[in-house]
Design a protein around this ligand. Structure first.
Ligand SMILES: *Cc1c(COP(=O)(O)O)cnc(C)c1O
Length: 360
């Protein structure tokens, strides 16, 4: 079969080396006679995998000792409710930045528990940029400030960290965690579903400052209390063992590649190639403001939108898969996560050039 490149937004491409290792270890993990999927999560083999995986993630992200790392299920969607349930304490309101569809989902869920104040919104320009911090209205009595640092659907990324003083900063990093170094100490909570830039679906990673744990609102289910998971090393119930194992292999792959600073260099290169081509072509365009263009999710349009279907069809025949934009915004979207090699981006650009020649 010809070379395939998968541009899915999630579940998304994984490193080939990781998939090959998982295949080799599938039936008999390290001489144990068992597949990881068949092992007790409380046995010494899996406890070893879990401990090593957490240590590797802590090293990659330089996570301070005062933070707990939780390996949960329920996706980023569950965090939309767990965040207010755990952080509201005796406060009445929370501040949310509204930069697109994922922000709005988080806002809608939080509004079930408290007054949500919109600190700033980019609705005026159809969510194609991020309002500068000097335009935000922050309430010093808010329980926390929430934002989405990379809007996966809109392709809008924040390259700076908001300043919120003593109010805890909460971020949904689902689609660009591990794409570059981040200063974890600036955040109260970082959460991310694994299926974009980490590993398989089914695992959700939460990094939470210890002093924010243990103050849930009345009625919070046991499973939605961070303390339940923090006190039990994420083994209160059965964790997503196989997804954790694969994520662990991805962390080793990232370390072998030189860590997050090296990843950032490659990601700048890949995104730069694609945006530079989009800007140089008359036939295509990027709808996103330059300073907020995501390095992970690159939405783009053909000026003549009636060509979208032909474009997607032919791209597929050239081994360039899952380029269709989200149904809410249309057009195309190339997700170029850590595991997408530079060759994949170049293959896409070459195809786009040929398509422009034959249809422009
Ligand atoms: C995909 C995504 C989500 C939803 O993740 P689930 O795991 O499906 O709940 C939330 N936020 C962002 C930014 C995403 O990209």
């Amino acid at each position: 079969m010809a070379q395939i490149y998968n541009f899915s937004a999630g579940p998304a491409v994984l490193p080939k080396e990781v998939l090959a290792q998982a295949r080799d270890e599938m039936m008999n993990w390290h001489g144990s006679g068992m597949s990881i999927m068949e092992m007790s999560h409380r046995g010494k083999e899996f406890l070893g995998i879990a401990a090593e995986m957490e240590a590797d993630l802590r090293e990659l992200m330089a996570i301070p000792a005062s933070y707990k790392v939780l390996f949960l299920q329920g996706g980023a969607h569950s965090q939309f409710s767990m965040v207010p349930m755990n952080l509201l304490r005796d406060k009445k309101s929370a501040d949310y930045l509204n930069t697109g569809i994922w922000s709005q989902k988080a806002i809608a869920e939080a509004a079930r528990y408290c007054q949500v104040d919109i600190a700033a919104s980019s609705a005026d320009r159809n969510f194609t940029y991020v309002p500068a911090q000097d335009q935000w209205r922050l309430n010093k009595d808010a329980a926390y400030v929430h934002y989405t640092s990379n809007e996966t659907i809109g392709g809008v990324e924040l390259f700076w960290t908001p300043e919120t003083g003593a109010v805890p900063l909460v971020v949904d990093m689902s689609s660009h965690i591990l794409s570059r170094p981040m200063d974890v100490s600036k955040f109260g909570i970082i959460y991310a579903g694994a299926q974009k830039n980490i590993g398989p679906a089914g695992l959700t990673i939460v990094i939470v400052r210890e002093d924010l744990i243990g103050q849930t609102i009345a009625g919070t289910p046991t499973m939605f209390d961070y303390k339940t998971h923090a006190d039990n090393d994420s083994m209160y119930n059965t964790p997503p063992t196989y997804a954790m194992y694969i994520a662990g292999l991805v962390f080793k792959w990232l370390k072998a590649k030189g860590g997050l600073a090296a990843m950032e260099k490659t990601n700048i290169l890949k995104a730069g190639l694609l945006y530079e081509y989009l800007d140089s072509a008359d036939f295509y365009y990027s709808p996103v403001a330059r300073e907020n263009r995501s390095r992970m999710n690159v939405p783009f349009r053909i000026k003549d939108a009636s060509l979208d279907t032909v474009f997607l069809d032919q791209a597929k025949h050239h081994g360039l898969l899952q380029l269709k934009g989200h149904k809410l915004v249309g057009g195309m979207r190339a997700s170029i996560y850590n595991a997408m090699p530079v060759e994949g981006v170049n293959a896409l650009i070459d195809f786009m050039k040929d398509f422009e020649k034959s249809h422009g």
